[in-house]
Design a protein around this ligand. Structure first.
Ligand SMILES: Cc1cc2nc3c(=O)[nH]c(=O)nc-3n(C[C@H](O)[C@H](O)[C@H](O)COP(=O)(O)OP(=O)(O)OC[C@H]3O[C@@H](n4cnc5c(N)ncnc54)[C@H](O)[C@@H]3O)c2cc1C
Length: 427
């Protein structure tokens, strides 16, 4: 089943073939095989910088979003952006994520603007210029700080406040656990903007704060008053994870993304697409795991029997392959629809697709690990890392339980757009 679903995507969009080759060439050069925990860990941030040099960090932006749009833009003699047709930015990003995931889930941060897209899409010109220079051209990394220790999946419960002092805000609160606390050059912070008089009223339970709409701002990581700590996660250890503490961080209002109160809209628009990207990272990992296991099953004998001829083995591999393929097709269908609809994502379907894909990928890698026997259970082979990494992505960017509920809720209440769950592809 070697990449058959991505082959189908390229068959529908031949204009992306050059881009896919560019990504694969980059990976073949810098990350030639799957990563196992016991082998030397790739220099992840350095790889992102190399990707920026190869034009693979800003291809997902449109003109007007701080990106040059399609075509090769050159500055100081080097390619700034890989060639992606303007109406295929999301599909291209999905392809890059899938191909990255085939090598390792931690490779998810190498390509595209990632969370920097929020600053580039909704920021003031000054923010966009700064983020474009850092995240797209230099290959630095943008983080996102939404979750708080007492409230991750409940966005209304966030208690980080930015007190409005006219020309500036004073940001206070704690975020975490969040990824990239040490590597990120800046964070998109979700918070509540309040008046000084409101901030003076004690609200330890966050009761009235629940009614304050969410806002978003871009916070440079080196701002005075930002303190970080780190912890050790089960997987996804290529990037740091920890808390961000804000102690009356002074930040100019030009750092706001959108208008005050736009945070939820920005969150939903961005994370709908991002969830599909994380789904495709996991599906890439699962596809690689299934291919490796098919290969092993062909060559491994148990007694006089080839593993590949044992019906229960074949059935499990077939189930894993079918689930992985189906989820991959759904994800690309959502991205195609988004590109056709000018960037509009179906929040409910994207949420459920991420949940379904990461669950399916986890099952597939678990089967792959099992069929590698004791070797699969060691850190010398990639499946134990894949399993731990995908486990994290079943919680990150929204726990899967809540994401399935988002789809069910919108179907039950009839708030979904009339578009079908899987869009009909236009010829
Ligand atoms: C690897 C990883 C990376 C992360 N990176 C970031 C990051 O960069 N930035 C950031 O802001 N956050 C990040 N997070 C945090 C993540 O977004 C939150 O963990 C997630 O939203 C869940 O919030 P919580 O941990 O507070 O769990 P809770 O909200 O306490 O939920 C705990 C569990 O309860 C269940 N549950 C909760 N609500 C419901 C519901 N409505 N219906 C059914 N079940 C429910 C789910 O099983 C859920 O996992 C990361 C998390 C992980 C694991």
């Amino acid at each position: 089943m070697h990449l058959s679903e991505t082959r189908a995507v390229l068959h529908r969009h031949p204009a992306l073939e050059g881009f896919a080759s560019h990504v694969n060439d980059f990976l073949d050069t810098h990350l030639p095989g799957p990563v196992a925990e016991q082998t030397a860990q790739p220099p992840w941030l350095e790889l992102r910088k190399q990707a920026a040099h190869a034009g693979l960090t800003g291809f997902d932006l449109k003109r007007g979003e701080g990106g040059p749009g399609h075509g090769h833009a050159r500055a100081r003699g080097r390619v700034l952006t890989a060639s992606v047709p303007p109406a295929l930015g999301r599909v291209a990003q999905g392809l890059a994520m899938f191909l990255a995931g085939r090598r390792d889930c931690d490779a998810r941060e190498i390509f595209s603007t990632a969370h920097g897209a929020m600053a580039l899409r909704y920021g003031t010109p000054a923010v966009r210029d700064a983020v474009r220079t850092r995240v797209v051209e230099r290959g630095e990394l943008a983080g996102v700080a939404s979750s708080e220790p007492h409230s991750g999946s409940d966005l209304r419960g966030l208690r980080t406040v930015a007190v409005d002092h006219g020309d500036h805000l004073l940001l206070s609160g704690t975020k975490g656990l969040i990824s990239r606390v040490q590597e990120a050059t800046g964070f998109v912070v979700f918070c509540k903007i309040v008046e000084p008089a409101q901030a003076a009223v004690p609200d330890t339970g966050g009761t009235w704060l629940r009614e304050v709409p969410l806002s978003a701002l871009w916070l440079p990581a080196d701002s005075a008053g930002v303190v970080t700590d780190t912890t050790t996660p089960l997987g996804l250890q290529g990037w740091s994870m920890g808390h961000l503490h804000f102690d009356r961080v002074r930040i100019g209002k030009q750092f706001l993304l959108g208008a005050p109160g736009d945070g939820r809209r920005i969150f939903d628009n961005h994370f709908s697409g991002w969830r599909v990207m994380m789904a495709l990272v996991c599906l890439g990992a699962a596809t690689a795991a299934i291919e490796e296991t098919m290969n092993r099953a062909r060559h491994r004998t148990v007694g006089r029997t080839s593993l590949a001829t044992i019906p229960s083995v074949v059935a499990r591999l077939g189930t894993a392959a079918a689930e992985t393929q189906a989820a991959t097709a759904w994800c690309f269908s959502l991205l195609e629809r988004c590109d056709q609809d000018g960037g509009q994502m179906d929040v409910a379907a994207c949420s459920a697709a991420k949940a379904l894909a990461t669950d399916a990928a986890y099952r597939a890698v678990d089967v792959a690990l099992q069929l590698h026997g004791s070797e699969g259970y060691t850190r010398c082979t990639p499946n134990e890392k894949r399993l731990r990494d995908i486990r994290g992505l079943r919680i990150a960017d929204g726990p899967n339980d809540t994401l399935y509920s988002v789809l069910a809720h919108s179907l039950l209440t009839g708030t979904r757009p009339t578009a079908p769950l899987v869009a009909q592809r236009r010829a």
